[in-house]
Every structure is written in structure tokens, then in C-alpha cells.
Design a protein around this ligand. Structure first.
Ligand SMILES: *Cc1c(COP(=O)(O)O)cnc(C)c1O
Length: 357
């Protein structure tokens, strides 16, 4: 049996990727001009598919970047003239705040310890509130009510959500947020090298305003430029055409499977893994609060048993992800993405329960 990658990203490829890749090569997708009708048709497929999968309203738009890291930087350049607020509970949310600060913005940071989330949304003076739905380093997911609670308190502030390691699992209320983004090597089970930025008209307005008042919003990947090209189903630069092609295929496969089925299976797999970790004598879930436990990245506190457990699982074809940052060496991470089947998760759970140290 081929080993299964449970690292949160790059992770196991979605099982249809190989076929899409073969078909793409046969149809010479990498040689397509990004100004051709064929290319526009691929972008149209991805946009329509994502719109349906995530139930995006018409005032939201979709653009492609090189990565989610790029979207961290572009979002600050385009949406923040002076100040952004960042909710930080781990390495990824911290990096977003750090980029804002490197770009010279005043950054307000609301920080809690690793393994924790936040209690109440509050009022802020910043132009942008940055939330990381799923903190991939610690396996904490912010409850949706928390994320959706900012809008009423901050009607004039933009709310952006990093959902890189959770979409398409969370069902966001798009009347409560202005932007969301992901990269494809996490839950979509694709090769790395493509970021997807989803933003509403308020974001475009803000970016245009900043430009008008003399702020640097970047060049080819400024939000207005990305948007202008997206309207034509094009991209400003020669993009990762093959990556966009593969995304189109996988999004259509997700739609065929059905988002409700994907969500239900994600819940099931998370429940059995947390249960196994809860009842295991040697390891436990890192996140103690039930309501904060991520369904898509599950972190086990494995302490002295980390290496032996990792080897035990590898011997059964199950490749756990290492802990991240401070968790390296005493935690293991398990991605629970659409590519990970119920059977693979049951095998993972049995194998963890068999681990005697
Ligand atoms: C992986 C990840 C990123 C960065 O994604 P890249 O594709 O490497 O740029 C950002 N945020 C979160 C929450 C992530 O898990």
C-alpha cells in the first residue's frame, strides 16, 4: 500500500489529481496562452465551481496568486493605509501580523496562548481585522459565531479570514466577512504553488481609495489589477496554468461528491480521532477546549512518545505531520482533509490505539 500523508500541507493529493494531471498534459494545458479562450474557459470553470461550492454571493470575486503568503502581503498593501488588528494564537496568525508590521503598518495584536482561541469579538479602530480561522500550527479553529460577530461591532472595518487549512469545510456567512483566502496544497489536495483570494466590492473600493490618496498598493497584483483581469477570466501575469486546471477538476469532483457529504465525513473523522486521543493512556489532544478543536487539523500532544509513535504509524503506511514551531518534537499533527478517507482514518485510529509506547 502507498503511504498516506497526514501532514497538513503539502498533504496527500486528492485521489483524482493524477487523472486530471494526465488529461491536462494530453490537452497541452501548460502550453496554453493565458490570453486564449481555452485558458479563460478554465478560469471560468474554477470560478463558477468555487462560487457554488462556497456559496459565494455575487458581490464576491475570485483571483489567483502564487500562495497564501502572498495574500497576507497583498491584503495589507491593498486594504490597510495605517492600522490593522490581528488575532494571534499561533505561528501562522503571528506571521500575518508580522508582515503587516514589516510593511510599516501599525499592528494591534490580540494574543492568546497556543492551544487557545478568543472569547468575544470586540470593537476596533483599525481598517482591517485579520482572523485565522484555522491555526494550522496548533489545531485551534475559531468558532464561526466568533468570526461573524465582528461585523455588527465594526460596520466600517473590513474583516478578512485566513481559511487556508480549513476551506471548504467552514460555511461562512459572507454577509459578515469581506474576504477569505486559501492555498491549494492544504484541503484541496493539490500540488503547491497557487493561492486563491476571495474578496468583495468593499475591498475593491478600499483599495481604489488608497490608490487615489497616493498609497502604494503594488503593481500587477494590486487588488484592482487582479480584479480587472478576473472579470475577463484572465490573470495579470502568466500564471500557474496547470495548477488552475487541476483546481478546476478537483472543485468539480468536490461538487459531485457534495459539500454536505464532505462536511459530514470531516466531522466523523475528527470525532473518531479526538475520541481515540482522549482515551489513549500515553497521548492526548493538544487543544483541551472542545469548542476550539479544529476539525481539519488535529494536533496530538505526544511528549516523549513523539518519535516512537511517528515511527509506529509510518510502519503502517501512515505519515503523521511533525509538530510546528514550539510543538516540534512533542506533538504530531494530522490533517483531516477531503482526500483522507473514512477507511484511512479508521486505520489511523486503530493504529494509534494499538500504540503501547
Ligand atoms: C499554510 C498556511 C499559510 C501559508 O500558505 P502558503 O501556501 O505556504 O503561502 C497561511 N496560513 C495558514 C493558516 C496556513 O496553514
Amino acid at each position: 500500500m502507498k503511504p498516506v500523508h497526514f501532514a497538513p500541507g503539502p498533504s496527500e493529493l486528492y485521489f483524482t489529481v493524477e487523472d486530471h494531471l494526465r488529461l491536462g498534459l494530453r490537452q497541452a494545458v501548460p502550453s496554453l496562452s493565458h490570453r486564449s479562450k481555452e485558458f479563460e474557459r478554465i478560469v471560468e470553470r474554477v470560478s463558477a465551481g468555487l462560487r457554488q461550492l462556497l456559496e459565494l454571493p455575487d458581490n464576491f470575486h475570485i483571483a489567483f496568486t502564487a500562495s497564501a503568503t502572498e495574500i497576507w502581503e497583498r491584503s495589507i498593501q491593498n486594504l490597510v493605509a495605517a492600522q490593522s488588528t490581528h488575532y494571534v494564537n499561533g505561528s501562522f496568525s503571528a506571521k500575518y501580523a508580522e508582515i503587516a508590521s514589516q510593511l510599516g503598518r501599525t499592528t494591534e495584536v490580540i494574543r492568546v496562548n497556543e492551544g487557545h482561541a478568543f472569547h468575544q469579538p470586540t470593537r476596533h479602530h483599525a481598517e482591517l481585522i485579520a482572523l485565522t480561522h484555522n491555526e494550522t500550527s496548533t489545531g485551534v479553529a475559531l468558532p464561526l459565531e466568533f468570526i461573524h460577530g465582528f461585523r455588527t461591532l465594526n460596520p466600517n472595518t473590513l474583516v478578512i479570514v485566513d481559511a487556508v487549512s480549513s476551506l471548504p469545510f467552514p460555511q461562512f456567512d459572507f454577509s459578515k466577512i469581506d474576504s477569505v483566502f486559501f492555498s491549494v496544497q492544504k484541503c484541496f489536495g493539490l500540488p503547491p504553488g497557487l493561492g486563491v483570494w476571495i474578496f468583495n466590492d468593499r475591498c475593491i473600493d478600499k483599495s481604489n481609495q488608497m490608490k487615489k490618496s497616493g498609497h502604494q498598493i503594488g503593481s500587477y497584483h494590486s487588488l484592482p489589477s487582479l480584479h480587472q483581469f478576473a472579470l475577463k477570466n484572465q490573470t495579470p501575469e502568466t500564471p500557474n496554468t496547470l495548477g488552475i486546471w487541476l483546481l478546476a477538476g478537483v472543485v468539480e469532483d468536490f461538487l459531485r461528491k457534495g459539500i454536505q457529504t464532505i462536511r459530514r465525513e470531516t466531522e466523523y473523522k475528527a470525532a473518531i480521532l479526538y475520541q481515540a486521543l482522549d482515551q489513549h493512556p500515553l497521548v492526548k489532544p493538544f487543544v483541551l477546549e472542545n469548542q476550539w478543536r479544529s476539525k481539519t487539523v488535529i494536533v496530538a500532544q505526544t511528549g516523549n512518545h513523539t518519535q516512537r509513535l511517528s515511527e509506529h504509524l509510518a510502519g503502517r503506511g501512515l505519515l503523521a505531520g511533525d509538530g510546528y514551531g514550539p510543538g516540534k518534537g512533542n506533538q504530531l499533527r494530522f490533517a483531516n482533509f477531503p482526500t483522507h478517507s473514512k477507511e484511512q482514518y479508521e486505520w489511523l485510529v486503530d493504529s494509534i490505539l494499538d500504540f503501547k509506547g
